[in-house]
Design a protein around this ligand. Sequence first.
Ligand code: BGC
Length: 726
Amino acid sequence: MVKMTHPIDIDKIVSQLSLEEKAMLVVGRGMPGSSGNPPSRVPGAAGETYPIPRLGIPPTVFADGPAGLRIKPVREGDSQRYHATAFPIAVMLASTWNPEILYKVGRAMGEEVKEYGVDILLAPAINIHRNPLCGRNFEYYSEDPFLSGEMASAFVKGVQSRGVGACIKHFVANNQETNRYTIDTVVSERALREIYLRNFEIVVKKAQPWTVMSAYNKLNGSYCSQNKWLLTKVLREEWGFQGFVMTDWYAGDDPVEQMKAGNDMIMPGKAYQVDKSKKDEIKEIISAVKEGRLSEDVLDRNIRNILRILSQSPSFQGYKYSNKPDLDDHAKISYEAGAEGLVLLENRGVLPLDKNERIALFGTGQIETIKGGTGSGDTHPRYVINILSGLDLKGFRIDRELSNRYKKYVDEMRQKDEYKPKGVPWSPIIPSLPQDIITEDEVEKYAQRNDVAVIVISRISGENYDRKPIKGDFYLSDDEKNLLEKVSKTFHRYGKKVIVILNIGAPIEIESWKNLVDAILLIWQPGQEAGHIVADALIGEINPSGKLPVTFPKDYSDVPSWNFPGTPPEDPKKVVYFEDIYVGYRYYDTFGIEPSYPFGYGLSYTTFEYRDLKTELKNDVLIVSFTVKNTGRRKGKEVAQVYISAPRGKLDKPLQELKAFYKTKLLMPGEEEKIKLEIPLRDITSFDGGEWLLEAGEYEIRIGASSRDIRLTGKITIEEEKTYKL
Ligand code: BGC
């Protein structure tokens, strides 16, 4: 737990505040730079708090987001640039299964936050991937709450090690963008406790984040930001949260209810300027106190929560920020995180490549490589190395003529209105370009004179919109498929290889085309160092060691959350989580549905052997130890996963659940590592009404290289059932 000191006398300040000032402290200053509000001290920041100079309270600044600090790189009349590093998207960070990398990324982002004059980073975003089509899945870690919680805890610790705050969002069950401001998420308490709340609980307990952002949606009928059960009972009383809660931007509809529920701060404030039907929060809070509808004690409590945290912030401490974070060092960290987050999905003996091989690069994604998604999860880095230049700089022998054609094509097409960004400017929809632009004869020519075809397939999504189960989105478009078929057929006829690079933020359908090609490398949206990461992986300087934090289903019809995004589908008011606790692999594994690529899956250029499993039960802790050995010819890292299959007694249970994992060090050929992991028994319980239940019976311990590649099994017996408090 992070120790917090608060050098200011909060009680004294609270006693000196007027009612107006109190209301100002719990409401943001308005969206900076819009609706007549002054711009933020840090242009591009998402919000600011009111200062109260007479009491020495400065304004504090909050800025997004999960893939890097999101501020404006260019300021009027100022020749300096304010770029921040674009790190890999969160789902790629989770694919590393390496908390140390998350800590490093968090620490690097924290430095940028601090040196650019920001106090709180509005990240990490940790909503569960309930459905592959949620438009913001790229910003979120995983379908599994344990992996998500562990990775996000390390990230939060990294950010906060710089003396700035993190914000875990969006609390809770905010798993879609369709009608996100009003949708009512209807979900059982068991699914909430075991899946949707679980990762937040882990982060709160392990990393004490400074802040939590309550979500837009309603939870079982009441807005998350107005839900006392959620924000006070669960978050503070049960989990011991010590920071403050802020709303998501313009969330909810009743400032007084927000105050009472324990939603300490309303952001960005002055919602009435945007939505006239909404109340002026400050005036409403003042009159509620005057009319006895809101106790001043509640207001004071919320202010204490806020000041306890903000008094630690750089702004309060008078920190003189440099506007010069160490971007060069952070570029290396971004590269390192991307390198560990690559997931090799297929490799039929073709990768890594030899540098002398001649490469024909297909697809506009070689030029328009997607670094990350749109909306508040976007970033403005100094540069993005696209795949073409990454390969070029590495010295690969690229078919220039072909790549130049793509360059020209992209330039021409983006001039046309049809292919310009659409939708709201802060989160545009970027239309995909048709991909089938090379004729069969031309492919023939490229196949003759090159050794390898590399085809880039890209997708981008973002805040405000969900993806769709249609061609060009979840499925390949007809022209993408034509390109794949044409290139594979022709290159294979000449005995040449075909590799697909998937530059995407969430699962797409792969099953129908995976056998057309020889290798598939999932690079997600890897941030600014994209091209370097791809080049180094193709050549084998990076040995892919990422594993999937989400299942890739064979078809959309296999997905358990079949009613996404709610009913009626065109304009849903409500979304019922009928699949309950059976989210992701918990569903696929329990009900025998075979995915294209299971949770936890990922290949390597080397091979690993697992042996010597030992299990032991000691003082309510399960101790699991085993050895992993690199049995191949290249150095590499392995992600060993511990699943537990609990007895199905009183309660229904998934076939297995992830309860521990470990990423090995870089193992040389022949080298091995002994691994020892501890799992508190409380973590293998199920929610049973008002408590956690550990049922008696036999528990199978399954050590796997993925959820469907179990290498070692063991058993422990729990003689007597046991319960644990919430
Ligand atoms: C998003 C948040 C973000 C906030 C401020 C909202 O629209 O949902 O994730 O932090 O805007 O930009």
